[in-house]
Write a protein that binds this ligand. Structure first.
Ligand SMILES: [Fe+2]
Ligand SMILES: [Fe+2]
Length: 249
């Protein structure tokens, strides 16, 4: 069985398609949250997941949650960011309904594995996020084991996978007794940076082990397509985010 494990796509359809070109023979897609926001193609991205829902297990992230919470909010406390404005302008009823159908966490069995997935195991107190900055993989495995042991799936299968995203930091550790902890990283960003990258991080589970994978994607399409957005905000974002080094807006 081959699992494609991805997270923190942040409305990046080009990264998704580049990953899919390489991994479309997977049996299941496991997505760990932050489908939208901080990217230029929220509608296409949500529809990409909707089109594959027969083989998809997914949870919502904090950015998905924010968009859902504020979509009908006429007076948000904070001014909307450019990305939030863009996301609201693109998503329709079907995409919102799909996002709203995603749970905060989920547990299920696949073959000889019990799987638990969430966007972050500490419900955004960011304890895990900060620990990841200071600890080795082995230390992190111990930390998560100690603090979040109850998050491990409780089934009877030989292998137990605890999967989460949010920090955009790719790492995996075996915690012994068939227990694994893994964060596939982000398709769009790197840990601690809001500058988008041109290489998507993700993971594949196959033959009883994790593969840490990376694929470059071409942002030329994003850059040029962005200039043609009728939404001037989107065009400005495309220039801002995908301009070449040293190029002015
Ligand atoms: Fe994220
Ligand atoms: Fe997040």
């Amino acid at each position: 069985m081959k699992l494609l494990i991805i997270s923190d796509c942040h409305a990046n359809i080009d990264a998704l398609q580049a990953v899919w070109e390489k991994e479309k023979d997977c049996d299941y897609i496991l997505f760990l949250g932050d489908m939208v926001d901080y990217g230029l193609y929220p509608k296409e991205t949500v529809r990409w997941f909707m089109d594959r829902k027969e083989k998809l297990f997914a949870v919502r992230g904090n950015h998905d949650e924010w968009i859902l919470t504020h979509r009908d909010d006429p007076k948000p406390k904070e001014p909307l960011t450019n990305f939030q404005t863009l996301t609201f302008s693109q998503l329709g009823r079907e995409e919102y309904d799909f996002l709203a159908s995603l749970p905060h966490e989920t547990a299920f069995t696949l073959g000889d594995m019990d799987v638990y997935m969430c966007h972050t195991p500490d419900e955004l107190s960011n304890e895990v996020f900060f620990a990841e900055q200071q600890m080795s993989n082995l230390q992190m495995a111990g930390f998560v084991e100690e603090r979040f042991a109850t998050k491990y799936p409780q089934g009877q299968k030989d292998k137990k996978l605890l999967l989460y995203g949010h920090s955009h930091l790719q790492w995996v550790a075996s915690a012994g007794q068939g227990r694994w902890i893994a964060n596939p990283g982000s398709l769009s960003y790197r840990f601690g940076s809001f500058e988008p990258v041109r290489c998507a991080d993700y993971m594949v589970w196959q033959d009883g082990d994790f593969g840490l994978r990376h694929v470059n994607f071409d942002t030329t399409h994003l850059y040029h397509q962005g200039q043609q957005f009728t939404n001037p905000e989107a065009a400005r974002l495309a220039r801002a985010f995908y301009r070449k080094k040293g190029e002015s807006l």
